[in-house]
Design a protein around this ligand. Structure first.
Ligand SMILES: Nc1ncnc2c1ncn2[C@@H]1O[C@H](COP(=O)(O)OP(=O)(O)O)[C@@H](O)[C@H]1O
Ligand SMILES: [Mg+2]
Length: 424
C-alpha cells in the first residue's frame, strides 16, 4: 500500500519517472567524471605556476612600452590570475613597489588562494593582479546554465514523447469502457505510430463485430418468438374442440403461459436494442413516476426519494424496465415494498426492499440466469418467465452499474442497484 503511494501508477508518469531517474544518473556520473579529470588535467593552477606568472607580468611592465602594455596583457594566456590595468589599485591589495622574484614567490606562497596585488605604472595608472585558484575550475555560471538549459530541453522532449506514446493506451481504455456501456460508442481514433494504429483498428473491428453479433442474435430471438405467436393462437382456437373441461382449462393455461413467455422474450429483445439512444434525464423523476403508476394500479409501494433532481445520462426506457422489473418482483413475491434512492461517491444507489420469503443463499446468483425461477411450487399462482432479473442485470451492467440481492432480517429481500454518475 505504502509502495503504491510513492510509485506513480500511470503509464506516462511511470515512463517519465524512469527516464528522469536515468537522465539524472547519467548527468551525475558525467559531472563526477568531468570534475575528477578536468580538475586534474586542466583545472587548478599550482602555486609555482601562479607565482611564475606574477613574476612574468611584473617584469613585463619594465620591458614593454606603456602604450603596448594593455594589448599584450590581454593576449597573454593567464592561469589562475586576473590581470588588468586600471586608474586605481584593487581594494585590500598589497601595493608592489619592488618586484624581486623571490619576494613575489614568498607573497604568493603565503597566500596562495586569495591575493590581490597592485603595482603603480609610469602614467599613474595601476597594474592590478588578483589570484584566484578555483577549486572547481569547471564550475562557472555559463557551464551551469548550459547544463540546466540542456536538462530542461531534454526533459520537455521526454515528456512530449512519453505523452504521445501513452495517450493511445489511455484512449483505448476510455474506448473500451465506453463500449462496455454503449454499443454505439464512436470508434476510437486510429492515428499515431503503426502499432498504435493497428491496435485501434483491431479494437474498432472487434467493436463492430461484437455489435453485429449481438444484434443478429437478438433479432433472431425476436423473430422466432414472434413467429411462435401464430401457432400458439391457432392452438388456442383448436383447444376449443377439447371436450374434457379440465383438460381444456389446463391446455389454455399452458398456452397462456407460453404466450407470456414469448411476450417477455420480445420485450427483452426490444430492451436489448442497443440502438436506444443515450440521453439525459432525471433519474429521480423516473423512479417517482414508476412508483406513482404502480400506486395507481392499486399496489402498496412506499418510497423515500429525498433528492430533488438527479440528472442521469443513459438509456431511459431500458432503465425504466430494469427498475420496474425489480419493483414488480418485490410486489409479486413479497409485501410492504419500499423503494429508496440516494447518492454517494458519484454513485446512485436504488434500494428495493420487501418483506417476502427472500431467496435461498445458494440461488441468489442463479435467479439472474434467463428463465430461472426459484422452485415454482413455492408460489404456484405467480406467473413469470424467469427473465426479469437477467434483463434487469443486463441493462444495469450496460450502464456500468450492478445489482445485488441481499436477504433481510427477519424476512424479505433487498435488491441494491448501483449506477455510476458520470460527469459527461
Ligand atoms: N423480491 C423477491 N422475493 C423473493 N423471490 C424473488 C424476488 N424477486 C425474484 N425472486 C425469485 O427470483 C426468480 C427470478 O425472478 P425473475 O427473473 O424476475 O423472473 P420471474 O419474476 O418472471 O419469475 C423468481 O421466480 C423468484 O423466485
Ligand atoms: Mg420478475
Amino acid at each position: 500500500m505504502i509502495k503504491k503511494k510513492f510509485f506513480p501508477s500511470r503509464l506516462a508518469t511511470q515512463t517519465f519517472a524512469f527516464l528522469l531517474f536515468g537522465f539524472v544518473l547519467i548527468q551525475a556520473a558525467g559531472l563526477f567524471i568531468f570534475n575528477t579529470y578536468f580538475t586534474l588535467s586542466a583545472g587548478r593552477a599550482s602555486i609555482a605556476e601562479v607565482s611564475a606568472e606574477v613574476v612574468r607580468f611584473t617584469t613585463l611592465v619594465k620591458v614593454v612600452g606603456i602604450q603596448d602594455l594593455p594589448t599584450i596583457i590581454r593576449t597573454l594566456p593567464k592561469r589562475g590570475l586576473k590581470v588588468s590595468i586600471a586608474s586605481s589599485p584593487l581594494e585590500n591589495a598589497q601595493l608592489l613597489f619592488a618586484t624581486e622574484p623571490e619576494l613575489l614567490r614568498t607573497m604568493v606562497r603565503d597566500n596562495p588562494d586569495q591575493l590581490s596585488l597592485s603595482m603603480p605604472l609610469a602614467d599613474s595608472r595601476w597594474l592590478n593582479i588578483s589570484i584566484y585558484r578555483a577549486e572547481h575550475p569547471w564550475l562557472f555560471s555559463g557551464f551551469i546554465a548550459s547544463i540546466v538549459v540542456l536538462t530542461i530541453a531534454i526533459l520537455m522532449l521526454c515528456l512530449w514523447a512519453v505523452q504521445r506514446l501513452a495517450m493511445p493506451v489511455e484512449q483505448l481504455g476510455v474506448a473500451a469502457k465506453r463500449f462496455g456501456k454503449d454499443m454505439n460508442a464512436p470508434p476510437m481514433p486510429t492515428d499515431g505510430p503503426i502499432e498504435v494504429r493497428e491496435l485501434g483498428e483491431a479494437f474498432n473491428e472487434m467493436q463492430a463485430r461484437l455489435k453485429r453479433l449481438i444484434t443478429d442474435r437478438t433479432q433472431m430471438l425476436a423473430a422466432i418468438s414472434h413467429d411462435l405467436r401464430t401457432p400458439i393462437t391457432r392452438l388456442k382456437l383448436r383447444a376449443e374442440n377439447i371436450k374434457d373441461k379440465v383438460q381444456y382449462k389446463k391446455t389454455v393455461e399452458d398456452l397462456n403461459v407460453m404466450d407470456q413467455m414469448i411476450g417477455s422474450i420480445l420485450a427483452f429483445a426490444r430492451d436489448y436494442d442497443q440502438e436506444e439512444p443515450m440521453e439525459k434525464f432525471d433519474l429521480n423523476a423516473l423512479v417517482e413516476t414508476l412508483i406513482a403508476e404502480l400506486i395507481d394500479l392499486g399496489y402498496d409501494v412506499k418510497s423515500h426519494l429525498s433528492i430533488e433532481r438527479l440528472p442521469f445520462f443513459g438509456r431511459l426506457l431500458p432503465l425504466k424496465r430494469a427498475i420496474s422489473n425489480l419493483i414488480e418482483n418485490s410486489i409479486k413475491y413479497g409485501k410492504n415494498t419500499e423503494v429508496s434512492l440516494s447518492v454517494t461517491d458519484a454513485q446512485v444507489v436504488i434500494k428495493i426492499a420487501d418483506e417476502g420469503p427472500g431467496i435461498p443463499e445458494n440461488e441468489k446468483e442463479k435467479v439472474f440466469s434467463p428463465f430461472y425461477r426459484v422452485d415454482p411450487a413455492r408460489s404456484p399462482d405467480i406467473v413469470g418467465t424467469g427473465l426479469g432479473l437477467s434483463v434487469a442485470r443486463d441493462i444495469i451492467r450496460s450502464h456500468g452499474g450492478e445489482i445485488v440481492l441481499k436477504n433481510k432480517k427477519p424476512c424479505g429481500l433487498v435488491a441494491l442497484v448501483t449506477l455510476p454518475l458520470e460527469s459527461e
